[in-house]
Every structure is written in C-alpha cells, then in structure tokens.
Design a protein around this ligand. Structure first.
Ligand code: SF4
Length: 364
C-alpha cells in the first residue's frame, strides 16, 4: 500500500492544484484517453478541484464500451446455437447485445463462464476435449499479449477444440479518428500508462506529429493524473507540442518487447469497427493466416459484418468527448447500471458509469 498512499497524498495534491491555478492563463480542454483515468478523475472529485479554465474531456479508451454489438451477438449465438462453452472477462457479461446480453444467454441455458485469464479457457479446453471452447478476445493493447499467448499455447498443444472470437482495438488510430472529428475540441491528451507499458512510446512521437497537440503518458492514481495535467498545461502555456512520460516508474520507451513479440506473431493489423465510432482503418487486430484454425468466426461461420444502429444512447458523442454523460437525456433515469441502455453505463471503465457512481456517492 506504500505506493498508493504516496500517490494519493493530500499535501501533494494541494501543491499541484495551487501550481495549476498559478500558471493557467487561458482555457484548455484536455482529453484523458482511458476509462481508468476517467474513474480516478471523477471518483476522487478531481474534476471539481481543477481550475475553472481546465476542462477534462473523456475519451474512447474503454474496451468494453467500444466493442461492437455484432461481436456480442456473435458470442450470444455461439453460446445458444452452437453448443459452445464461451469464456469471457466478467465485465463483458452484462453488456446489452441486440436482443440479449451474455448473462441473459446464460440464464437461458448457454454455457457462459467468466474468467480472469484466457489461459483458464485453454486449460478447460485441454481437460474437456469433447467440448468446443471459445474465448471472447477483446480489449486494447493491454490484453492482446495474454490472448495471443493463449492461442499460441493452444497451437503448440495441438488443441483442436479451442478458438477465440476477436475484437481487439488499437489506441493510436482511434486517437487520430477522434481528433479528426471537427466537433472534438481537444488541446492536449493524457495517454494511458498501462497501454504504453506494453507498446512503449515509439508510436506516440509520430502521433504527436499527426495530431499536433501535446501528449502526456500518465498513470492512474490521483497524483499521476494531476501531474500529467500539470505537464500538459505547462506545454500549452509555453506553446510547446511534445510527448512526455509522467509514468516513468512503469512505462519504458521500449515497452515490453516479449509481450509485443507474441502479439505480432499471432495477430496482424486490420480495419476494425468501433461501437459508436464506426469503422476505423487499421485500428484493430485479427489472427494471422497461420492461426486461422483458432478463429471462432471462421470455425462457426459467424456473420461479422453487421454494423449496428444505436438506440437513444449517445455513446458516440461521449466517446468522442463531444458530450458529457449528464447531457444524455437517459442518464440516471432510463439508463442506470442495473438497467443500462449503452455500454458506457455497464462497464466499470465507462464514463457514464463513473459519473453515475460518483453522483450516488456524493448524494449519500
Ligand atoms: S447514459 Fe446510458 S444511454 Fe446515455 S450515453 Fe451513457 S450509456 Fe448511453
């Protein structure tokens, strides 16, 4: 607990807030990319403590929120119509698909299991050779290496009853897509430290050149976020545009080469549909041809081309930072965590969930 305490100290928080107040001379909009960063900003009340001239905008970095409905529908179909045992990270189970969630599919008799690691699915497949086992392989750069390793392991062990349903997404192309929307007004970005722990920083220098705003890589504790905001504001006030790394205690320039090696060996880059954002070129991963035997969409001939139309949920505007959750007419009324209309209210990393939980806490 030593480190958590150190990065949550009141005195340090006050010092940074005072410095921000002292140096900020004009309005700045700063987007934090990751839902984990959003939860810290909202949950610790930091949004209310920042100088009024600083506006935080919540970006698209919630993996559950951006996974397309078509993938959820495919997963439900696998569980209910193909007699598959479907493994998933727990936060995907309550996300509403077109007609039902995976939890509802389980209630109807589908074999749906929540796991912490894809390796649990590999082990299950090995012990149950007469069952078809599928792992729902979603997420950003953080989850890709473990999922790639699971496929590679299944191949080495000769498992013929294991496959994955893939919907992996990449942060830099999404940032470019969001920044290209004329309605998105962002002066600086806080990049997600856990993603950069895997990828390193090599893609983020060129990203700064493309989007032409400062990018600061941060951690997830209150002081991490405040230090990152301070670094971004210093750049903005000085008219600088560069990449900085606030999370140096974890993020190294070279990232995690072993994790990147297994990811690149198993997956290749492809165009990808993002829930709420549409198809973004070269923004996702698919299995390489040499691992095609482990592709559940091919094995079970799934329709993967459905583009959904959202209901009254304005998740697209939330994910692009154009609107804040309380601006959604359904927020806290027709849409609550127990009865979510969209993914940002279900996922623990979703911006709507963060705002709703914070509102509940502060009204007690
Ligand atoms: S409050 Fe609910 S309906 Fe509105 S944007 Fe968030 S998830 Fe969608």
């Amino acid at each position: 607990m030593k480190y958590q305490n150190e990065y949550r100290g009141k005195e340090e928080v006050r010092k940074i807030l005072d410095e921000l107040q002292r140096i900020v001379t004009r309005e700045h909009s700063i987007m934090e990319i990751c839902g984990g960063q959003t939860h810290t900003l909202v949950g610790y009340g930091l949004l209310d403590m920042l100088p009024k001239k600083i506006t935080m905008i919540h970006g698209p970095g919630c993996p559950v929120c951006v996974t397309p409905i078509s993938i959820l529908d495919n997963a439900v179909e696998l569980a209910l119509e193909h007699d598959v045992t479907l493994f998933s990270f727990g936060d995907m189970l309550r996300i509403p698909g077109t007609s039902k969630s995976l939890l509802e599919a389980r209630a109807e008799g589908g074999k749906v299991k929540a796991v912490y690691s894809p390796l649990e699915a590999v082990t299950y497949a090995e012990k149950n050779p007469n069952e078809e086992v599928v792992f729902l392989s979603i997420g950003f750069e953080t989850t890709m290496p473990a999922n790639a390793y699971a496929v590679d392991l299944a191949k080495k062990r000769g498992l013929e009853n294991f496959s994955i349903l893939v919907s992996h997404v990449l942060v830099p192309p999404a940032v470019e897509a969001v920044m290209s929307d004329p309605l998105t007004k962002v002066d600086a970005l806080l990049a997600a430290g856990h993603v950069c722990t895997i990828t390193g920083l090599s893609e983020y220098g060129p990203l700064v050149e493309k989007v032409k705003i400062p990018i600061v890589v941060t951690g997830f504790e209150p002081l991490d976020l405040l230090q990152g905001i301070l670094m971004a504001v210093k750049q903005l006030e000085a008219g600088e545009i560069k990449l900085e790394n606030q999370y140096g205690r974890v993020v190294k320039a070279e990232g995690n080469p072993a994790a990147m090696e297994v990811t690149r060996r198993v997956f290749e880059i492809t165009d990808m549909e993002w829930r709420g954002l549409g198809v973004i070129p070269r923004s996702g991963l698919q299995l390489r041809p040499e691992y095609a035997d482990f592709d559940a969409s091919l094995r079970f001939s799934l329709d993967t081309c459905k583009i959904e139309s959202e209901s009254e949920c304005i998740a697209a505007d939330i994910l692009k930072g154009i609107k804040k959750p309380p601006e959604c007419p359904a927020f806290g009324t027709r849409c609550v965590p127990e009865n979510p209309l969209g993914a940002p209210m279900v996922s623990n990393e979703g911006a709507c969930s963060a705002y709703y939980q914070h509102a509940q806490m502060t009204s007690i």
